[in-house]
Design a protein around this ligand. Structure first.
Ligand code: BES
Ligand code: MN
Ligand code: MN
Length: 455
């Protein structure tokens, strides 16, 4: 291992240059005008897999964005790792809040700044480079590896889910290793063992058949924006619980052991509130902040619009109002079931004076992986070696919906070896990635390969 680890430190500067090239490609999956960038990015990733020594590297076209696959199966009888990650990134708006152009990476304060730096390009490159280091330093790998990298994670992985189901043999593996989550804190090796699911809805409240003069008609008809606001307010009760009937029916309660292990993590609610610029934290009564974010379901309005939103004043009663509402789910909630419960309840809140449309945009299942699994233990040991500290275990409030598809179709455990930080502005302006975590991540990945090859 010493040779591999030395090779990684000696080549760190080159790795950073390669990461910059990766970050220069504006692979925004949500925007049709970036379609050719998505193809370029897939080809870039395929090139990196070839450089790392992978065989059978292929860019699979889909109805959406390409899927990139590569493998090296030169260790028959040894275990197989499947590395998963995504090369697509979120849109950059509001662009005026970026200190540097989002696709012109700069290094400052030991961090690399660009869209996709932490989510997920930096974390994807980590594993490609650890595999490459084995080939360069030792001439081969002690086990088999496969890479599966998609370009639609940020828009719901629509092409990847059927791809996995149709290519079970090709993807067969003993573990799925994913770096697309966060460390608990700077420099603290972390394995995430749970992710929340998601149920994303769009609602529309429709009133009069056109915008009306608010003087002539104010007082005569229901105002859809007023009504929508009242309906949204009824989605929670005074204790911060979600008011939809049956909503909590399938929720697995936190175990005593789990609550105790969360309590042992060094977490200051005060400091957390201060970093977010809020005077006080808020959420469901009876649970700590970590419990609420990691292991309790939530409902949030992501955006609300309707009527006049330009500058200055315009006096109207709008004809309609819309809101985007998402729910984060926990085991064993089912997003399809929740979408139905939401729809029924939301419609029941509407007065006769308006019409209501509810659309289910997309969803994903929550997941918890058993901590006792050998793969998890290897993951924790590998990170501890690289970081020189004991690994902590946490759950995560965010979602990676495809993880459930891996677990179900490949019957392999997922090891979530996240290397980002929640403070690295993922999905926000000025996204960045700590370059120290980048290097320690490559080492962790290398130690994992070594560790997991042993039996
Ligand atoms: N890498 C994130 C998931 C994540 C978020 C991990 C926060 C750790 C902290 C992933 O790329 C993501 O953004 N997922 C979406 C899923 C959605 C688009 C279906 C999410 O959680 O909103
Ligand atoms: Mn991600
Ligand atoms: Mn993301």
């Amino acid at each position: 291992m010493q040779k591999v680890i030395s090779y990684i430190s000696e080549n760190n500067d080159r790795y950073i240059e390669e990461l910059k090239d990766f970050l220069r490609i504006p692979s925004i999956s949500a925007l049709p005008e970036n379609k050719s960038d998505m193809n370029n990015c897939a080809e870039f990733v395929a090139g990196k897999l070839r450089d790392a020594g992978m065989n059978r590297v292929q860019v699979y076209q889909t109805e959406g964005h390409p899927i990139v696959y590569g493998e090296w199966l030169g260790a028959p009888g040894k275990p197989t790792i499947l590395f998963y990650g995504h090369y697509d990134v979120q849109p950059v708006d509001p662009i005026e809040l970026w200190n540097n152009p989002p696709f012109e990476p700069v290094i400052n304060d030991g961090k690399i700044w660009a869209r996709g730096a932490t989510d997920d390009k930096g974390q994807v490159l980590v594993h490609i480079k650890s595999v490459e280091a084995f080939f360069k330093a030792n001439g081969s790998l002690p086990l088999n590896v496969k890479f599966l990298l998609e370009g639609e994670e940020e828009i719901g992985s629509e092409s990847l889910a059927p791809f996995i189901a149709q290519n079970k043999d090709m993807l067969k593996s003993d573990v799925v290793l994913i770096s697309d989550t966060s460390l608990f804190a700077k420099g603290v090796p972390t394995i995430t063992y749970g992710l929340r699911g998601l149920c994303y809805m769009e609602v529309e409240v429709i009133g009069p058949n056109k915008d009306l003069h608010s003087g002539s008609f104010g007082g005569a008809v229901a105002n859809p924006v007023n009504v929508l606001a009242q309906m949204i307010a009824k989605l929670h009760d005074k204790n911060g619980k979600i008011a939809i009937p049956e909503f909590y029916k399938d929720v697995l309660n936190l175990t005593k052991k789990e609550r105790e292990s969360f309590k042992k993590l060094k977490f200051s609610e005060k400091k957390y509130a201060k970093e977010l610029g809020v005077a006080e934290l808020m959420g469901e009564k009876g649970f700590s902040t970590l419990e609420r974010v990691w292991a309790r379901p939530t409902l949030d309005c992501n955006g609300i619009f309707g009527g006049f939103t330009g500058s200055g004043a315009k006096t109207i009663i709008p004809s309609k109002a819309t809101a985007k509402i998402s729910m984060r789910l926990v085991p064993n909630q089912d997003p399809n079931k929740i979408a139905k419960l939401f729809t029924k309840f939301f419609k029941s809140l509407a007065p006769k004076s308006v019409k209501v449309n509810v659309k289910y945009l997309h969803g994903g299942y929550p997941v918890v992986v058993p901590l006792e699994h050998k793969a998890i233990v290897s993951g924790a040991d590998a990170m501890a070696k690289a970081f020189g500290k004991k690994t902590v275990f946490m759950r995560e409030g965010g979602s990676i919906p495809i993880v459930v598809d891996f677990v179900k179709n490949l019957n392999a455990p997922a090891v979530l070896m996240g290397l980002g930080l929640d403070s690295e502005n993922l999905h926000s302006p000025n996204e960045h990635f700590d370059l120290n975590h980048f290097r320690l991540g490559i080492e962790s990945s290398a130690y994992f390969i070594d560790e997991f090859s042993k039996d």
